[in-house]
Structures are given as C-alpha cells and as structure tokens.
Design a binder for this molecule. Structure first.
Ligand SMILES: C[S@@+](CC[C@H](N)C(=O)[O-])C[C@H]1O[C@@H](n2cnc3c(N)ncnc32)[C@H](O)[C@@H]1O
Length: 287
C-alpha cells in the first residue's frame, strides 16, 4: 500500500491529473501486475504479438504514425518494436505513470498524449443530472493526427464504460442500473464504430469475465459477466469466422486475488484489422 501511495504521489507531482479515477486505477494495475505478473505473461505476450503481426501486415509505405489507444502502463504494448517500425508513435490515455512517460522519452520518437478516448467524460457531469444520457457519440479516435497509418486499441474497450458509469453514479444517482448499462453498451458500440472508420485499427479487448470456484467444487463457474454490456455480439460473431482473429483466456486474478474463494479469468479477443473484419462480414451479409 505504501508503494502504491508513492507511485500515485510521484505521478501527481509530475503533473498527472486524476479527475475520473484513471490514475488511481493505473496504480492498482501496477500493483496487481507486480503480484500477478507471471499469470498475466501469456495474455500480455499474445496481445503484443497480435499488435505486431497487424503492424507487419501493413503495406510497406504505411510506416508514418502509429497510435496506441489506452496505452496506460504499456504492459501490453510492444513499444520498442513499434518505435522501430514507425516514424512516430503516439501513446494516448487519460493519464500516464512517470515510468511510462520515461520509456516513451527514451525512445526518441514516442510521445504521450492525455486524451479522453470516450469523447464524452466531461459532459457526463453536467448533462446527466437531469436527463438519462443519450447514446454515446462516436469519438474521433484519429486524434487529429495527419499521417496516421496504424492504430492499436490496447485492452481499453471494456474499461471505457466503467469510468463513465462511475462518473454517472456520482453525478446522477437517480439513474437506474438499466439506463447506465444501456449507456455503457452505447460507449462500446461508439468505440468499435470509431475504429471501423480508421483504415488500419487493431483491437484487443476482454469481453467476458468468469469467476470459478477454488477448493471444493474447484473449476465450477460461480458467475459470468458480459464486459461489453451486450454490445459486443456483432464483433464477437464476426471475429469467430475471420482469419487472423484470436481468442484466449487471461488468468486475471487467480487464487482469490480479486474475489475470496474464486479464480477470476477473462475471455479476450484480438482483431488485427477492425474495418477489414466488418467489410468481410458485410460481404457475407452479416454486419
Ligand atoms: C486495462 S488498462 C489497459 C492496459 C494498458 N494497455 C497497459 O498495458 O497497461 C485500460 C486503460 O484505459 C484507460 N482508459 C479508460 N478509459 C479511458 C478514456 N475514457 N480515455 C482515455 N483512456 C482511458 C485507462 O486509463 C487505462 O490505462
């Protein structure tokens, strides 16, 4: 706990803001990764591998700017390899720990950019108190970068709704859980649509969480939760049929780390090129 407080304090002293709790959450991830790094290694390696394979599939001239969305602690980002492949790499997140900024600086062609990738966090506090939120707007995920050749959405998608829901719970406590979940689903759809609009966007996201019993009855599923709030169906069914897409299980919180008496794991999906995925699904008449 002391180490976490120090990491948080260093980030605040370095000028990082924490208006919606992203920095606090990153410190939590930093601490969980220190405890569970071995269990996470396979998941992180697969995410990095999928990102690099997607980058390598680009046409040879497409090596200007790469953008990583939800770069965070860079655990699932093959940063050195991207910086060797692209002229410029932009890391986007709501906040960054100083260690991530230092890695970026050391490479010379990598920069950190603070951005709200939902495009609507600042509006939730003001408009939600009176009316239920409308479906989320589609954000501009190119972030105004003129020479963008590659985008990697790095385990961000399922996290966007969580921060938005907690802001809404704070500012608009009268909203029902149903209304919150509908809005959460619309944020997922908006992110996927924004990636679809980009020429080469690769997506890695967890889609489902499962709690499995430890001890007596070991392995039996205790609960399952849809991390994409019902909005991941089209993505998941298109990806199930498409070559190059991958699915794996992330041993996220084994041995009661998050829930006493449970192993918690997540199903993860990797899509090398989101717009190509939907184009081929619509050729088949599915999306
Ligand atoms: C599970 S972490 C991703 C892990 C990260 N790729 C890594 O390797 O450390 C989710 C990331 O999404 C970021 N995030 C969540 N909502 C966001 C938003 N609305 N705008 C920008 N970043 C956001 C969080 O700050 C966090 O760093």
């Amino acid at each position: 706990v002391l180490a976490e407080a120090l990491v948080y304090a260093r980030a605040r002293l370095a000028g990082q803001a924490n208006p919606y709790g992203h920095l606090t959450e990153q410190v939590g991830i930093w601490a969980r990764h220190r405890r569970r790094g071995r269990a996470w290694a396979g998941h992180l390696a697969r995410a990095k591998g999928l990102c690099l394979a997607a980058a390598d599939a680009l046409a040879p001239g497409s090596r200007r700017t790469a953008l990583v969305l939800g770069a965070g602690l860079l655990l699932d980002v093959p940063l050195t390899e991207l910086s060797l492949r692209f002229r410029r790499v932009v890391l986007a997140d709501m906040s960054f720990l100083p260690s991530a900024c230092a890695k970026a600086r050391a490479l010379g062609n990598v920069e950190c950019r603070a951005a709200d990738l939902s495009g609507c966090m600042d509006r939730l506090a003001t408009c939600a108190a009176r009316t239920p939120p409308q479906p989320a707007p589609t954000p501009d995920l190119a972030l105004g970068l003129p020479d963008l050749d590659f985008v990697y959405s790095a385990n961000l998608l399922s996290q966007i709704p969580l921060f938005a829901m907690s802001a809404l719970r704070r500012h608009a406590p009268q909203l029902s859980e149903d209304a919150l979940e509908r809005f959460a689903g619309s944020l997922v759809t908006a992110h996927v649509n924004a990636l679809r609009a980009l020429p080469a966007a690769c997506l890695v996201t967890d889609s489902m969480e499962r709690g499995k019993k430890l001890g007596k009855g070991r392995g039996a599923a205790e609960y399952e939760a849809d991390l994409l709030f019902g909005a991941g169906e089209i993505l998941l069914s298109a990806a199930a049929l498409a070559p190059g897409c991958e699915r794996w299980t992330w041993d996220m919180a084994p041995d009661g780390e998050a829930e006493p008496g449970l192993d918690v794991e997540r199903e993860v999906i990797g899509v090398p090129n989101v717009s190509a995925l939907f184009n081929s699904a619509s050729d088949r008449g599915e999306a």
